[in-house]
Write a new protein. Structure first.
Length: 587
């Protein structure tokens, strides 16, 4: 591993050295820069001032557009206006009649938003049935036609957002069409998102003039405003404007161009300053020393920005590794890129992840040992020798009395107990586990007689497989307990090998299981990711054996191994366990 401590250099030291070089070197070169003093000073100062002006205009425009946006949103807070638009959304185009109540409601809303707004030419609400509402009822039409309102396509693309329309002819005015600058919004139902109409605000040139006309870099400088479609909004000439390409003639060496974008409304501001005007103003600049100081600081900050990526890269790399650890990946390690505090932090992170990985593995092993201890404690509760001797005596007595069936059952019970109390083995062969189940079924067949029939379909090549002890008998017991009804019960054990995994099926033709009960059992054993529902104490006790089997297999082998309940759709019940297929020699 890289030895960081031996050659440690702090980030603070690196920045001090870097800034010292960036500030000292420009002053050392100041004698060589004297020749370029005048021209460089003029152009940079003019560029900075032009950008400041553009920035200030951008701030003012953003506030103004935000205010216009608030006006267009006002109707969403008027329930009566929304109801009027909703009623008129499905009416037939061109066959509308405006009632006094509708006009009153609309006029009240419009009057409330245009108060003391002298720069507003008019406020219009377009209903989808062709109705038109405005504060200019005497000078506009009462209806509109889709073919004469091309601006609606831009508002439609905004899908409810604010659209800034370049100067276009408003054909809804009485008399000759007027060229107006507008802001529009598609009105949508806030609950169903259906289109209800359009709201449009027409502006006079005063709206932009009071924001822009007071700022000017030089007497001959120009300021342009374009929308997101790069269509000219200002200067407002009263005619259809040219687009962004109209500035091509002004992008020469005789002009200084600065651009700013307004995020609210997606406006673009372009400031154009003649170089001749700049040269005249630049003669009033202060001393050359102040300019060198400012230029040195500017270069220092510029260099810091350009070199910041190299300092941030190790931190970003460490952040990505931390996110992978959050998702459960404890295998990857972060690379040590630098010999500073970040390098020490990365090395400490790698050490922490390694410790976490070991602790998690130790926790799983501890849980597995706890399960084994519980099983051993359960197996050791009965004195095995006492039980063996007693059952052997009973079996000999039954044999003496010529009761072979009783002797066979008692012998099966003895072998069954011998198998369960032997706590020295955690794993057995599949043949041993099936023999144990066979003894158990022999006892059950004696008890249930003709009500129970069994069948074991196990390939002899599967029997040497190594399986956890005591995983099949609880499934057989559960099938008999819940599947037995009025009709005889047939129980089938089947083994299969699929993709190098051993599947052991326990199937019956009993009463089956309802979908609701199946979901409860799956939730109680932890087979589904959802939390199990609340179930009764008796059902929880019955499901403990299934849950214990699934959790044992999950702890031993991990996903996707465990216990699964198949959907038999009313044709009995089928449960199977899935474990890795391992030969006896591989134990």
């Amino acid at each position: 591993m890289l030895d960081i401590r031996s050659r440690f250099v702090s980030i603070r030291t690196k920045f001090l050295v870097l800034f010292a070089l960036l500030i000292t070197l420009p002053f050392m070169l100041s004698g060589f820069l004297t020749y370029w003093k005048y021209s460089s000073n003029v152009e940079r100062d003019a560029q900075a001032y032009s950008e400041q002006i553009a920035e200030q205009v951008a701030i003012n425009l953003r506030q103004y557009v935000k205010e216009m946006d608030r006006i267009t949103l006002a109707l969403y807070y008027d329930s009566e206006v929304m109801r009027i638009l909703d009623r008129r959304k499905a009416s037939e185009q061109g066959r509308n009649y405006l009632t006094v109540g509708e006009l009153t409601a609309m006029n009240q809303l419009i009057s409330s938003v245009i108060i003391e707004r002298t720069e507003l030419e008019g406020v219009f609400i377009f209903a989808l049935d062709g109705s038109l509402f405005s504060n200019l009822q005497e000078t506009i039409r009462t209806s509109w036609e889709p073919e004469s309102n091309d601006w609606m396509a831009l508002a439609k693309r905004k899908n409810g957002g604010l659209a800034i329309i370049p100067p276009l002819e408003g054909r809804y005015y009485l008399g000759p069409p007027r060229v107006v600058l507008s802001l529009a919004r598609l009105i949508k139902d806030p609950f169903t998102t259906e289109d209800l109409g359009y709201m449009k605000i027409d502006l006079t040139s005063a709206g932009f003039e009071k924001i822009i006309s007071s700022v000017r870099v030089t007497p001959n400088s120009k300021l342009y405003v374009f929308n997101e479609e790069l269509q000219q909004l200002y200067p407002f000439t009263g005619q259809a404007p040219n687009g962004y390409g109209a500035l091509a003639d002004e992008r020469s060496d005789q002009w200084i161009v600065s651009e700013r974008e307004v995020d609210y409304g997606n406006l673009r501001i372009v400031s154009v300053v003649p170089r001749e005007d700049v040269l005249a103003d630049a003669r009033q600049l202060t001393s050359f020393t102040l300019w060198i100081s400012a230029a040195a600081l500017l270069l220092a900050y510029l260099a810091a920005v350009l070199t910041s990526n190299a300092f941030v890269k190790p931190i970003n790399h460490l952040l990505k590794r931390m996110r992978r650890v959050q998702t459960g990946d404890f295998q990857g390690r972060a690379e040590v890129y630098s010999r500073d505090e970040v390098g020490l932090l990365t090395e400490g992170f790698n050490h922490m992840v390694s410790r976490l990985d070991l602790m998690i593995k130790d926790m799983y092993e501890l849980r597995l040992r706890e399960k084994d201890s519980e099983l051993s404690a359960l197996q050791s509760q009965i004195n095995p020798h006492f039980l063996y001797n007693t059952l052997e005596s009973i079996s000999m007595f039954a044999h003496k009395e010529k009761n072979e069936e009783l002797s066979r059952v008692i012998t099966s019970l003895g072998r069954l107990l011998r198998y369960t109390v032997n706590n020295k083995e955690r794993f057995v062969t599949l043949a041993e586990e099936l023999a144990f189940v066979d003894h158990y079924l022999s006892i059950q067949s004696f008890r249930l007689e003709e009500r129970l029939s069994t069948e074991m379909l196990s390939d002899f090549s599967h029997e040497p497989a190594i399986v956890p002890k005591l995983i099949l008998q609880p499934l057989v017991e559960n099938a008999i307990e819940h599947g037995l009804g009025a009709a005889p019960l047939k129980l089938t054990l089947l083994t299969k090998i699929i993709d190098q995994d051993l599947f052991v099926f326990v199937m019956d033709n009993g009463k089956g299981i309802s979908p609701e009960r199946k979901r409860e059992i799956e939730g109680s054993i932890g087979r589904t990711p959802a939390q199990s529902p609340e179930i009764g104490a008796d059902k929880a006790t019955k499901g403990f054996a299934l849950r214990n089997i699934h959790q044992r297999l999950l702890l031993l082998y991990g996903e996707p191994y465990g216990l699964t309940i198949e959907d038999t759709r009313g044709r009995g019940t089928s449960v199977y366990v899935r474990i890795p297929f391992r030969w006896e020699e591989a134990e």
